[in-house]
Ligand binder design. Structure first.
Ligand code: PLP
Length: 453
């Protein structure tokens, strides 16, 4: 048996991000102006994002250099380990070889720091003073708060109300890194007031929080906005994960047959899977990449591929993606990071073209998987990551039934140390699986259908 952990040294850290657009057989459709229904140019994004980020958003270049300043910050916690889950394999009595890339080693406890640092760097370089953003479960807000502190920027975070109340410790993490945190929907913005007028008890959603953060950035020239998932440049920055993993698999003298990651907007899935998919797109390797979403927010498995807004109020351009409709409000499940109505344009196009797969899982199965993982591998995973683990266990059981020794790689996108109330509910038998009625999806999808060009 080979070693269990694969560490790269600091100087083996990959120096470029990988842009999958260069290799996609069908390029993603362009984002559209919601009024004219014509493709938007990069200048339309200029009020919200720094130019370097906008250029990455539309880039067709296969590789983009990681700035030296960002690499230096990456080295605080990267390269992250690749670990063979030998104890989990034993517990499952499976012939499958299971590996995970552990992103919980980052300062905020999840993969999100990988793009937060890059975005904060480009903003600071272009003279921006303050960044606004939204956060669901709090991981993105924590990551950006930390990144802003590294590059001397102010940070204002609109936090989805259900998480603001369920996860007070995330707020304290953000405050400790120096950020200002506001419960969303709030009375500070027009979009927040609009939602509260319709439903004063709204528990919020990522879409609503995005609207609030975008509105504040659009109003002030020294303030820009930053998104923690969904957009092409965010997925690009996350490819550091997969690029490292490729080198680590060389050390392990192995190669994944199946790659699995949880999907909220698509960034950690893309980050791990895209560098491996490069070989599949070139016809060199045949791998399966499976994005795992929550059954409460099943855009990939039950949504529609069409143009829709990225936020609830309609401030963003129209994006071509699998969506449940921009004003779909998911049930308040514990995996807050998976409560987003759409999937990134790149993941959506790849799914449409049959190059990746999707699976939707209920939360009780996921927590069961997370608990087994904690007991065997000694890390308590984030509730989002539990979705990947549950899918891994399904695949490992299939391997056992068929006697196939497949290699499975998954992204342990974060640790769950700040999700103890979720584990508490699970341990107390208080979690329920929510059956999402088709009528609820149809209702919000119908509204988005009216937006098609
Ligand atoms: C945010 C988050 C996710 C889901 O977001 P993606 O953009 O799809 O990666 C998954 N796991 C953790 C730990 C997260 O914080």
């Amino acid at each position: 048996m080979k070693q269990k952990k694969y560490y790269l040294s600091e100087d083996q850290i990959p120096k470029q991000w990988y842009n999958i657009v260069a290799d996609m057989p069908n390029k993603p459709l362009p984002p559209l102006d919601p009024n004219t229904k014509k493709p938007i140019g990069p200048e339309a994004l200029a009020p919200l994002f720094p130019m370097a980020v906008i250029l990455q958003e539309v880039s067709q270049e296969r590789y983009i250099d990681i700035p030296e300043e960002v690499l230096e910050k990456y080295k605080i916690y990267r390269p992250s380990p690749l670990i063979r889950a030998t104890e989990l394999e034993k517990a499952l009595d499976t012939p499958a070889r299971i590996y995970y890339k552990y992103e919980g080693v980052s300062p905020s406890g999840s993969h999100k720091t990988n793009t937060a640092l890059a975005q904060a760097y480009y903003n600071a370089k272009e003279g921006v003073k303050k960044i606004t953003t939204e956060t669901g479960a709090g991981q993105w807000g924590s990551a950006l708060a930390y990144a802003c502190s590294q590059f001397g920027l102010e940070c204002e975070v609109y936090m989805v109300k259900v998480s603001f109340e369920q996860k007070p410790y995330r707020k304290i993490v953000m405050n400790t890194f120096g950020a200002n945190v506001i419960s969303s929907p709030s009375n500070k913005t027009e979009s927040g007031r609009h939602v509260l007028a319709k439903n004063p008890n709204s528990t919020g959603s990522l879409g609503i929080a995005i609207s609030e953060a975008v509105e504040m950035a659009a109003k002030d020239e020294h303030t820009k906005y930053s998104l923690g998932s969904v957009l092409n440049h965010v997925l690009l920055h996350q490819t550091i994960i997969g690029e490292e993993a490729i080198k680590q698999f060389e050390m392990a003298e192995d190669y994944p047959d199946i790659i699995i990651a949880p999907l909220g907007g698509g960034s950690n899935f893309a980050g791990l899977a895209f560098p491996f998919l490069r070989s599949k797109l070139k016809g060199e390797k045949d791998i399966r990449a499976i994005a795992v979403e929550s059954s409460s927010c099943p855009k990939l498995t039950r949504g529609t591929f069409m143009y829709d807004f990225g936020d609830t109020e309609g401030y963003t351009p129209l994006l071509p993606m699998y969506t449940l409709g921009h004003d779909f409000e998911p049930a308040p499940i514990h995996a807050g990071g998976l409560r987003y109505h759409g999937a990134s344009v790149l993941c959506s196009q790849l799914l449409k073209d049959g190059l990746i797969e999707a699976s939707a899982l209920h939360q009780i199965e996921c927590f069961e998987a997370g608990k087994l993982f904690a007991k065997t591998e000694a890390i308590i995973p984030a509730p989002e990551s539990n979705h990947a683990i549950a899918q891994v266990i399904r695949e490992a059981k299939i391997c056992k039934e068929r006697g196939e020794a497949k290699t499975i790689l998954f992204n342990l996108s974060g640790h769950g140390f700040l999700d103890m109330s979720a584990y508490g509910d699970y341990n107390a038998g208080k979690l329920t699986d929510y059956e999402l009625p088709q009528s609820k999806i149809d209702e919000s999808v119908l509204k988005a259908e009216a937006l098609q060009p």
